[in-house]
Design a protein around this ligand. Sequence first.
Ligand SMILES: [Fe+2]
Length: 226
Amino acid sequence: MPTLAPLKKLDRTVQPKSSATKRLVPIKQSLSELAGPVFGLNAVKKIDADLTKNAAKKGKEAIGERMILTGSVTDEEDRPVPGALIEIWQTNAAGLYAHKGDQHDAPADPNFHGTGRCVTGADGQYRFTTIRPGAYPITRLGNRWRPAHIHYSITGGSFAQRLITQCYFPGDPLQDDDFVFQAVTNKAARERLIVKYAPEQSIMGYAAGYSFDIVLRGRDATPMEK
Ligand SMILES: [Fe+2]
């Protein structure tokens, strides 16, 4: 039977190896972090960013309160992220998704599919025209309603810049009782999920402007949907 060597007495004058005694060294990201979905920018058409018309029959448009939804996409160092793909999806004005899985009792809008996409410009800005979504019930949780919101998927230049989130509207009392919104436990972070009224973005007599800025990473990152 082999004999075990006696345990060495711990030398407490030696600094444990796991203790950081020097400046942190930035590690280069590998290809798997830097590579991302490849899509042809030409595949995204201008009409894709106008949800009031991109699914409407000729001469028709979606019913609802029109709005311009615009903002910036920046990284953790406040640099604009150009060429980011932004996809959004939402209910119609009555709170119904254009999906067979959504069967709650609300009127459908045949001229609205509730999906849109665009690519940020060189300045990291994006812009949609859409209608304000409605609240919808979550009956499996009892008599509960989700506040009006718009889902976002943002794909930056790499998978490290992927973000799935939702934006909300100011002053909506349903937010107080919403399990998705309240899953973001930090109040300041929740505030970053609420769009701001941006009258300078409004189109006179046509649509009210709102802004929703997105930070992909870092301490001030837009909270990820939980
Ligand atoms: Fe939703």
